[in-house]
Write a protein that binds this ligand. Sequence first.
Ligand SMILES: *Cc1c(COP(=O)(O)O)cnc(C)c1O
Length: 371
Amino acid sequence: MLLLIPGPVQTRPETRAAMAQDIAPWDLDFRAVYAAIRERVRAIAGGREGEHATLPLQGCGHFIMEAAIRTFVPPGGKLLIPQNGAYADRAVRLAGEAGRQVVALPGPDTRPVTAEEIAAALAADPAISHVAMIHNETGSGIVNDPAVIGPAVRAAGRRLILDSVSAFGALPFSLADHPEVDVVVFTSGKCLEGLPGIGFAVARIDRVEASAGNAGSWSFDLSDVYQHALKAGWGSFRFTPAVQALAAFNVALDLYEQEGGQPARHARYRENARVFHEGVQALGLTPYLEWRHQGPVIVTVHQPADPNFALQPFVDALKRRGVLISNFWNTKVPTFRVGCIGAVTPEDMRGALAAMGEALEELGVRRRAPA
Ligand SMILES: *Cc1c(COP(=O)(O)O)cnc(C)c1O
């Protein structure tokens, strides 16, 4: 089966094979592996030794994002969230339920937020300490660019929390260029092509040290993760981790380096997205985003108006042909989404387009423009 979803992604057989072992997380051999993973990940983030630390947490992206908000935004503090997509909606809910005051900056999910919009919102409310931004909005496929937004946050003297869950490792980003970033978060199972199970934060050490006592949670306190590392070593976890997922992630990092790191991965995903964005139009379908706003992670497509089209039967027809896409959508109008990330190539995307053409024929979908 070819998995074309934005996480968990299609992985390489070598990566999956690394899971087929029993491991004691505190075993000294494994501690060395885990400590090395933390350094490798900090390097990919463009972090510097002594200035940035990798602070992993068991679980999914929502967990690491909640931990970042709880740790860096003080209790009752205020943060600005550019709300231009489904994952931004989730960040709004996470922050609100953690008792932080959210100032939402609503925008369409068809284009990135602009530096002017951020600057105006920050100027209007000096009580906002942080901006929490979704890097790649996995609901539609747009990219909010930290190279554009970071300077506006910096100029306003505020801090940035970056949800780079579906972008990290593929889209260009370096902490070294962004002193305004307190923390960037991501997971093992998206663009780094590992299995799901671990969330990562790479954070500024000075800011982590200043945030002790903020979290109001032991589990979700990144400053406690940091303090634990200082006491027990960088190879130690506080609680039982998804240790097989970590072993697989280590192999995934080897493959990442062999491929050529971020520039190579970005180029492959970009080409996947280009092939797909063009290919659906050749099938008579309409992409949700204009090409100039289309990121390399997912391509979202309007559902055709033809009454013969329904999403689940379409997904089923594709699955019978060996291609699995999401059976839900995250935009305000009906769409379907196709992941361009993971161990998939432009050739795979062409194969998926052929399968899509057959599936539409099988269902008798002739009017393919959106309603
Ligand atoms: C995948 C994703 C998350 C986290 O999703 P989980 O299901 O909790 O792993 C968060 N933010 C973005 C932008 C994502 O793409």
